[in-house]
Ligand binder design. Sequence first.
Ligand code: DGJ
Length: 758
Amino acid sequence: MSIIFNQDSKTFHLTNKKTSYIFKILDNGNLVHLYYGPSLPNKDNFDYLFRKKFSGHLVTREDDLQFSFDYLKSEYPTFGQTDYREGAYQVKNKNGSKVSELKYVSHEIFKGKNQLLNGLLPATYVENDNEATSLNLLMRDEVLGMDVVLKYTIYEEINAITRSVYFSNNSEETINLERALSMSLDLDGYDYEMINLNGAWARERQMEVSKLHHGDQSIFSTRGDSSTEFNPFICLKKPMATETTGDVLGFSLIYSSNFLGSVNVNLYNKTRVMMGINPFTFKWNLNPGDSFQTPEAVMVYSQEGLNGMSQTFHELYRKRLARGEYRDADRPVLLNNWEGTYFDFNEEKILSMATDAKELGAELFVLDDGWFGKRNDDKSSLGDWFVNYDKLENGIKGLSNKIEAMGLKFGLWFEPEMVSPISELFEVHPDWIVGVTDRVLSIDRYQYVLDFTRTEVVDYIFNMMSSIISESKISYIKWDLNRSISEAYSTKLATDQQGEFYHRYILGVYDLYNRLTTKYPQVLFESCASGGLRFDPAMLYYAPQTWTSDDTDTVERLKIQYGTSLVYPLSSMGAHVSAVPNHQVYRITPLETRANTAFFGVLGYELDPTKLTDDEKMRIKKQIQLYKEHREVFQYGTFYRLVSPYDGDGNITSWMCVSENKETAIMGIYQVLSRPNPNELIVKLAGLNDEFEYTISNRNYTLSGRELKSAGLPFHLTINNEIDVKTMMYSVLNNMEYTPVLGIGDYSSELIILRREK
Ligand code: DGJ
């Protein structure tokens, strides 16, 4: 049993091999948090961890002059009594008071894990009840007549704890829920560094590290999507922790809309971490009998540094959040026409691209934006999900049949939540958009957002998409989203329900995803939101892969993929090789380095293959062959970050994937600019079996796993005896095939394949 309740000390102990999470019920019915850290043997009580404070000017309970939640660690903080920080939830009573207190009523411990809202709210799951144990803890505010269920699950083999909260109103009066966070955790001290993933379009999920300080440090979205501004993820690490060693805590929210992640350090040096729906744009009316379920938050405690934390998130999200036929299946190598043609294509052009894509070894051809309505640029037709026969004379049906006949799968782009002002849909239903009616509406990429709080809108889009999917041979859908919400308002919601808008909107999006993935289980969905508006865990529940960034420049991708990998598995990261000069930063980089970066994700090509030279075609063929040969390792191996592009001058990045049996490992190492007279670089590998002897590509010696991990692998970054430098320089200068070796020219890289010697 991995949740133990001691009746005498009223202590809950959630534990697995690696972690213990402990809290207790006090005599007054409040919950006090005691411990979250490495696994501890169970005891009848952990009361030594419950320490009150003697202090002047501490506001305490009347009946206990040392009892103050200003100092004690609260399990799910309330507002208005002895705790002066923001609480985890906030309500407004009919008399206008916001004070609330929760007292223990009962609890239930059970094997397995329940779905949230019958599966309509994305959450982690179990396939077998023995995989996890759950606790539902019923708390009550007697004055309000409000019940609050704190839900916990601890996985047995995956070192993660999930949390969410369920509010219900059992009173005769409406209760305004103004804040309803999914989790809160109080920690002693503040000797931590906080890592967030922030960014903007084309430079998403950049790692930023800052030391905790007194007061607030928060990350958030207010845009109606999880956003590029911050990813719904916080890491707190001990300052000495590295990628492979030290204590690290990770917090991730399974949600795709406005969120808040806040870290507060108070006057007694207590650190409080909270995560959930952003209260800034939230208010929910709990009418008598109503309930509200928060999204789920995931907590990970790692003693094996950042890699340990990431590997836990990867495993949980890949195996017990992502769903469907493609969860464990090989993800196809695709060719997408977007950067190759933009809007300028017809059937003949697409077929010629597909013919070459097939020749190169691609398995899936994706037709991107521009196939519908009168869409010849980004100014029109979103919402008109019917074929533009001027471009595609045989429709999607005819085109997909022809592409399938070539032996390729066919995929199609949609942007379901949007409508262009110039579109038939907008002409007929101008009232279907999000926005207040008494103001000029803001626009981005010439498009409005459809009001997905309205079922009739979701129904309409579902039917439009269904008719295309059903009549054609579609194996993949790219679901795009190219703007955030502004002037948030639904004309169909009552005045006092407008605070519910954002959450209802995202429930509408989840509903459409749910209907489509249920009706078309054989279709692989890739969620795409300009590469970052919605790279969040909740999307993985429907779409096991996400477009990582519109920025396919290899140098930029190193930082983007490195940051993304803190939380998200490689099988979730769409990574494409595109043409040079790169369309986002105009940089020219070697084809091999572009591929060596994109291999560490779900590989695709985003270029016009008909414009490739024979030499480039031959090199791409080899790349695809290599990726297919090692697809299992790239997509489902254990990923280790080795050298960070965020450290030092950021010139070197390295990472590697190790197969489950540790017999194969692939390391990527990248240098941005070459330097004169450089020093030797030694990289220590990770994850290998100490006892195995490995052959190493491009090297004529073998080393044991122990040696590779302890002594490392040397790189000379300059002329050395092992390579024919003249040939290499000639090849680099002429952009020809060569075996890339780190250090030869700017943007050089090396892919090192390690195999257990038989
Ligand atoms: C943004 C996406 O990220 C791109 O890949 C492409 O699909 C365009 N939208 C199409 O409009």
